[in-house]
Design a protein around this ligand. Sequence first.
Ligand code: ADP
Ligand code: MG
Length: 688
Amino acid sequence: MRPEILFPYYTSLTGLKGVGPKIAPHLIRHVGPYVRDLLFTLPSQLIFRPVSRIAEARVGQVQTLCVTIGSYQKSGGKGPQRITVFDDSGQMQLTYFHPIRGFEQQHPVGEARWISGKVESFGSSLQMNHPDYLVPLDKQDTIPLFETVYPATAAVSPRLMRRFVEAALHRVPDLPEWLDTDTLGRLKLSGFSDALRAAHAPVSEADLLPEAPARKRLAYDEALAHQLAMKARKQHRQATPALIIDRHLWADKALSALPFALTGAQTRALNDIRGDLRSGERMNRLIQGDVGSGKTLVALMAMIDVAEAGHQSVMMAPTEILARQHYEKSLPIVSDMGISAVLMTGRDKGKEREAKRAAVASGDTTLIFGTHAVFQEGVDFKSLQFCVIDEQHRFGVGQRQRLFLKGDSVHYLSMSATPIPRTLALTQYGESDLSVLDEKPAGRQPIHTAVIPRARLSEVFDRLKSAIAAGSQAYWICPLVEESADSDLIAVEARHESLQDALGREVGLVHGRMPSAEKEDVVARFAAGQLPLLCATTVVEVGIDVPNASIIIIEQAERFGLAQLHQLRGRVGRGSAKSACILLYDMPLGQAAKARLELLRTTEDGFEIAEMDWKLRGEGDLLGARQSGFPAYRFVDPVAHADLIATASREAQYILLNEAQFPPPRQQALEVLRHLFDWRPDAADKVD
Ligand code: ADP
Ligand code: MG
């Protein structure tokens, strides 16, 4: 039950003064439904409005000036309206692109006004487009010296946001202290309500930084609430017994038959998983490993352990190509041992599908590989005990839940190649539930990465041609940022044509809008070495494993995210041949884009790239994390607040152990904290 003191925080934004029926939907879409959500949206910028004179005005900066209306230039109905204004130091123009009716009557020639806005140059003179303020002399005090700016949408201007936030701050009561005095002193934190008000009233740029005291307090509260929720869920999970599985004979035999040995990291991860399987508690583990680090093999060994114990396992992947690959790579290993495996995808139809389902229902088949098809209605298991989900963030919580419900207290392993900073991964999975594959299999050659302007395309064609003549296989990646962008699609198809012409050979083509059967056939032919070159969009980004491919060329590399480029590059360097990655860019290339490509050129370490990506994208951009299924923090910056998160994690542990002995007011305050940041399962994206 939500504590009463929080009711005003959970009032709908529509109840706030000034939030009418027209603006409400926009505001709600922008920040969320409640007063709390508005208050949890912090300013992103601070604008100073120093007072200046026209002659001293600085171009490109926001300034406040006292001017006299000089003359109106009539533009004849449509077109911009220009107004000449002056002070005793010079003159400038105000420009309104859409003339405002009655403007001239309101601001007659000869009258003085305070104006404030960004001063720009216009030919040899100065101008201000759409001043933020234009007020009579006695209203100067309505123009603030500095102003907080909220992340705005077109529909909700920063000024409205400020007004709403102010109204919201008035509506909510101060909250009791949930932190103990010791923590407050050690971390030098103020109270929550003071911090919330201060965070909305920055007076310097420093107040906007994650280290600013107000923001630090809010971030700590958020991290603590999140950790409390995570750990409570874990306790709950641990209280639900799961089957003890402790067999290794088959898997160890399979391992010894492989032509290579597991890396140290793989062995550690497998031991972690085996520890979970025999613990009697339900596993919820993440294997995080850079592309090519060998996650699938580790998971397969655990599946074999489960099969030896007489139970079923599923390995589910987000695409048919990936699921098929998992299946085909695993089949030779398991069929030798007499373990029956099956691939289930949306392509199965009629009798074939019924036969597969029957084999799964009877328990004849113990290893199930597949896509979304595996959790559909009509798929029943004899004894599902273990689920492995590749790239889990591609599935919704509900979808994963449907799979888990096909078994009883199933063990759950997720695999991710998304290089999320370790600090962030740890916020979601405790130290003990995270296995990191930080070692590449032996014999892998470093990938040589070059950054080249597209102007040198013909040179690239020539080199590609001779490499292919010498037996290499290559990927050619074109951006298709949106599946619906026709121009991108045309570009891929055109590139495919030109590559065929240049090579004089058939080149494979895959993109997201092809039927999946067709896509798969092309990938299969490429994997079998029948096609020397695969021209593709990012559909090959995740997981495709063709060890003979040693060259990847990425066109318009500047349009991709860093992590995505790293993923793409991971398609090569999987065999023993020397590999190359060529990042082609279009001119002109901005500073930031250059820095990103340069980073890729100099490092192959996915985690380093992830950390840098976070920094380069700037604080507050949590998109990458959200896409990877990590928590959508409002205040926490996982990089800047790494230490804070670690402290919050320890404190959460302590609280959960000792809470029952806390004085009642503190217990109640902690209840307030928990409800203030309600980490719902889908927000936290972890199913326990
Ligand atoms: P990931 O899923 O982590 O990107 P994969 O599981 O696809 O990586 O493994 C990449 C390739 O490396 C596969 O062909 C796999 O068989 C091979 N591989 C896995 N472990 C090892 C190892 N220890 N030594 C050599 N090759 C390995
Ligand atoms: Mg993989």
